[in-house]
Ligand binder design. Structure first.
Ligand code: NAD
Length: 483
């Protein structure tokens, strides 16, 4: 007999596993199917985010930042260190331990919440049945009243730079180099390129980034992107814009192997040679072979599953969430969609506010934002006022010795409602949360200006930026407004 569940979830990444836990908390009999195997062929939960994405990259970003800080950042504090050396193998095992502690944690949460973990590959059949192909190729079926598809995304491969997993790698390979490349090429100066480029730059690689777009980091507020470009340039990151990859070929033999890269920009064709090449040109939804055609699940031409604002697909009772559907490919967006769908299956009202999905780039300085950029407001004709506070004027940032960047608040000109907050600088990833809370509550810049912030903190810069919208920041000179 086929096992029957209230909910079967395909995929145990941050969208799927969160949906599973919330469904179980709501009293639904829940199973989660996942086919991820770690490097030892052991089934693990957590998907890309925990195994080869957010968590291992943040682990290496933290370790590499400490290494760089010990080399260059201690003298100004009056601390002299002896020779600082790198044990890359130890850094990598720490990363693996961070990952396994967290994936084991999800397994424990599944047990505690009585979520059934089905190990294998899921495929949606008609009548909300899910076919499971186990790791030893046994095929079985389960049935459900509701199915949530959360199979995530994978790195895009390009034929001009075919990954061999050793010399030319995607983001997964770039988290597992066994030595620091002398010269590292990165195709794509997007979020992944910048984060992984930063890791290896800090560990000693010379990094060259080849980016097709003329404009640097066009998804961010233009002023913040300009500040970031300046900061990365100062660190010696070589970012070549308007540069389209033509080809990448592995040349030479054994130890002398190199990746020969050709790219084209407005001045013609150029050549470069690298020890390793990371291809980080975006990700694509994992929608191939996850449903049988007879289900008539609707997809767009790029492979994203079509859903409405509540993540309902074209089939009643079948939902899709996370990187597989429209919107930014971000773990927290997928998790919130998972919670919304679980709540709605259980009969509660729930929705996701897609206007307020925070974005973070974990470089040094960090970059974080929520809401509208200045260029978006300009192009929509919205009237706004901007308030900017540089970290150079923050007592806490000075004491930390980390004064690059700013907080920028954009508020509607008449109502003063905050429409966007953009931060580049120390702990931007943490600071953005207060902006999201404020915007979620419909705060005006005056509300923030009237709130007391502890001194000395980095958070005061958010307060000062709000005061700056009003023309009355205390710690920077502003034109007198008499307000
Ligand atoms: P991305 O879209 O952020 O950047 C890819 C870049 O590659 C773009 O700037 C694009 O112009 C460039 N590009 C594409 N083809 C090229 C070519 N042939 N030659 C040169 N440049 C080329 O994609 P990503 O960095 O791969 O990240 C994928 C997804 O994962 C994104 O949605 C990202 O938001 C998400 N992600 C988020 C985080 C985070 O939240 N911190 C971290 C990692 C990944």
């Amino acid at each position: 007999m086929t096992d029957k569940y209230d909910v079967v979830i395909m995929g145990a990444g941050p969208a799927g596993y969160v949906a599973a836990i919330r469904c179980a908390q709501l009293g639904l009999n829940t199973a989660c199917v996942d086919n991820w195997l770690d490097s030892n062929n052991k089934p693990v939960l957590g998907g890309t985010c925990l195994n080869v994405g957010c968590i291992p990259s943040k682990s290496l970003l933290e370790s590499s930042e400490l290494f760089a800080h010990c080399q260059h950042g201690m003298t100004e504090h009056g601390i002299t260190l002896g020779k600082v050396s790198l044990d890359l193998a130890a850094m990598m095992s720490r990363k693996e331990k961070v990952v396994s502690d967290l994936t084991n944690g999800i397994e424990a949460l599944f047990k505690a919440n009585k979520v059934t973990w089905i190990k294998g590959r899921g495929r949606l059949l008609i009548n909300k049945q899910v076919e499971i192909t186990s790791h030893d190729d046994k095929v079985s079926k389960v049935a459900a009243d509701n199915v949530i598809i959360a199979t995530g995304s994978s790195p895009i491969n390009i034929s001009s730079a075919p990954c061999d997993g050793e010399m030319i790698v995607n983001s997964t390979g770039a988290l597992a180099f066994t030595e620091v490349p002398k010269r590292l090429g990165v195709i794509g100066a997007g979020v992944i390129g910048l984060e992984l480029g930063s890791v290896w730059k800090r560990l000693g690689a010379e990094v060259v980034m080849i980016e097709a777009q003329e404009e640097f980091l066009s998804i961010a507020d233009a002023q913040i992107a300009k500040e970031a470009q300046r900061a990365f340039g100062k660190q010696g990151m070589d970012i070549r814009l308007g540069a389209r990859l033509v080809s990448a070929d592995i040349q030479g033999k054994d130890k002398s192997r190199q990746v020969a890269v050709k790219y084209q920009d407005s001045s013609g064709e150029h050549g470069e040679s690298f020890d390793k090449l990371i291809v980080a040109v975006g990700r694509q939804p994992n929608s191939h072979r996850i449903f049988e055609t007879a289900t008539q699940l609707v997809m767009d031409e790029r492979g994203f599953i079509h859903v409405n604002m509540f993540c309902e697909t074209s089939i009643p009772g079948v939902y899709a969430i996370g990187d597989l559907v429209r919107g930014p490919m971000l773990a927290h967006k997928g998790s919130e969609e998972g919670i919304m769908v679980a709540e709605r299956i259980a009969g509660h009202a729930a929705r996701v506010n897609y206007d307020l999905v925070p974005s973070v780039i974990y470089t040094q300085p960090e970059i974080a934002w929520a809401g509208k950029t200045e260029q978006q407001l300009k192009s929509s004709g919205e009237k706004y006022r901007a308030g900017i506070f540089p970290f150079a004027a923050s007592g806490r940032a000075r004491a930390m010795g980390d004064t690059t960047g700013m907080v920028k608040i954009l508020a509607q000109a008449e109502t003063d409602r905050i429409l966007g907050v953009h931060i580049i600088g120390p702990q931007a990833s943490e600071l953005i949360a207060q902006a999201v809370i404020a915007m979620e509550m419909g705060a005006s810049s005056e509300d923030i200006a009237l709130t007391m912030f502890a001194h000395p903190t980095l958070a005061e810069s958010f307060h000062e930026a709000a005061l700056a919208v009003q023309g009355r920041a205390i710690h920077i000179a502003q034109k007198r407004s008499n307000k």
